[in-house]
Design a protein around this ligand. Structure first.
Ligand SMILES: Cc1cc2nc3c(=O)[nH]c(=O)nc-3n(C[C@H](O)[C@H](O)[C@H](O)COP(=O)(O)OP(=O)(O)OC[C@H]3O[C@@H](n4cnc5c(N)ncnc54)[C@H](O)[C@@H]3O)c2cc1C
Length: 313
């Protein structure tokens, strides 16, 4: 038997590593073809673009030392501590924590964490029963490392503690629209948060953060706008492109546009505990267990792994 971790986003992979380091046998099952979840990099027109997390920040000591090791190996680089804020009545710059980016796309970090683990991709888990059992097969314990609504879909009604832990989570959708331009007609711009806009929430310069200076912008839409395009996300591209060109004052049209819909982009409220773990040996981790960020998801998975290893010992 082994601990089964369902979901190979950063939370699931961090949890699997933490359990492995504690000497436990672990299997990771991921429904997608690749690892990473919302740490997502997609290949468009033969170039990688980050379409999920725009960047990450690092404050926790453990996460910071992992980031330092990634930096030493050239997997991540400091991007910027300064982003723009576009308001209806003007714009200004805001300085905050260092935002980190990955030259090969943020998904490369998930691939790095998955290295050496027993990960099966293209494997959708349908049902977690008391036992616990994963699709009928007994496990030592089960970790669900995913948004609450996705966990609820697979949790048996008798796994009441786990269901109760996530049933109040509410999540918002977003569209990520990749716009490839003929040339870089913007200057002095890493990325911008867009305030009080009906369509846009943020726009990031993917060529700048990835470091290859490709003329590629990624726009993230508001949840309200994304709700209008549930059936046909691709139909949103013209409106998003027009909005981006207006807020950035760009004359040229994009050459191509690619739309990706995130049904569960972010939870509406930050969780108050770092993870869920109960006596039926069901754990739940992810970015909903704190401020919804990459670092939170990593920490949630790591901490759950440590607690579960202690419980099983
Ligand atoms: C558009 C967008 C922009 C963002 N920007 C930032 C940012 O700038 N900075 C930042 O820090 N964070 C950002 N985030 C948030 C960040 O991406 C997340 O906090 C983090 O990636 C969540 O990781 P996770 O492992 O908790 O969940 P996920 O990455 O969602 O992983 C869950 C995994 O579970 C898998 N799964 C689900 N159900 C099943 C099943 N039944 N069987 C098998 N596998 C299953 C999924 O396929 C997925 O791989 C952004 C997110 C989005 C969507």
């Amino acid at each position: 038997m082994a601990v089964v971790v369902v979901g190979a986003g950063i939370a699931g992979l961090a949890c699997a590593r933490s359990l492995t380091e504690a000497g436990l046998a672990v299997r990771v099952l991921e429904r997608s073809r690749v690892c990473g979840g919302r740490l997502a990099t997609k290949r468009y027109d033969d170039r990688r673009t980050d379409i999920g997390a725009a960047y990450f920040t690092a404050q926790d000591d453990g996460f910071t030392s992992l980031v330092t090791r990634w930096q030493e190996r050239g997997l991540v680089r400091e991007w910027t501590d300064t982003l723009s804020v576009l308001d209806p009545d003007g714009s200004h710059q805001t300085t905050g924590p260092m935002r980190w980016a990955a030259p090969n796309g943020l998904r490369s970090l998930a691939e790095d964490l998955a290295d050496g683990l027993d990960v099966t991709t293209d494997r959708t888990v349908e049902w977690i029963e008391p036992g616990p059992k994963v699709d009928g097969i007994a496990a030592d314990a089960v970790v669900l490392a995913m948004p609450g609504p996705q966990a609820l879909r697979v949790l048996h009604p008798e796994l009441l503690n786990a269901r109760t832990a996530v049933e109040d989570q509410r999540w918002l959708p977003s569209l990520a629209v990749t716009l490839v331009f003929p040339s870089r007609d913007w200057s002095d711009f890493h990325g911008a948060f867009v305030n009080d806009h009906p369509i846009l929430q943020a726009v990031f310069d993917d060529g700048d953060r990835r470091g290859d200076t490709a003329p590629v912008l990624v726009a993230h839409t508001t949840a309200e706008f994304a709700e209008n395009y549930v059936a046909d996300p691709a139909a949103a591209s013209d409106e998003v492109e027009a909005a981006v060109r207006t807020v950035l004052g760009l004359d040229t049209r994009a050459v191509t546009a690619h739309v990706h819909r995130w049904t569960y982009a972010r939870p509406t409220a930050p969780g108050r505990t770092p993870f869920h773990l109960d006596e039926q040996r069901i754990g739940i981790a992810g970015d909903a267990w704190g401020n919804p960020r990459v670092e939170t998801a990593w920490l949630s998975g790591m901490e759950l792994g440590k607690a579960l290893a202690a419980q099983l010992a």
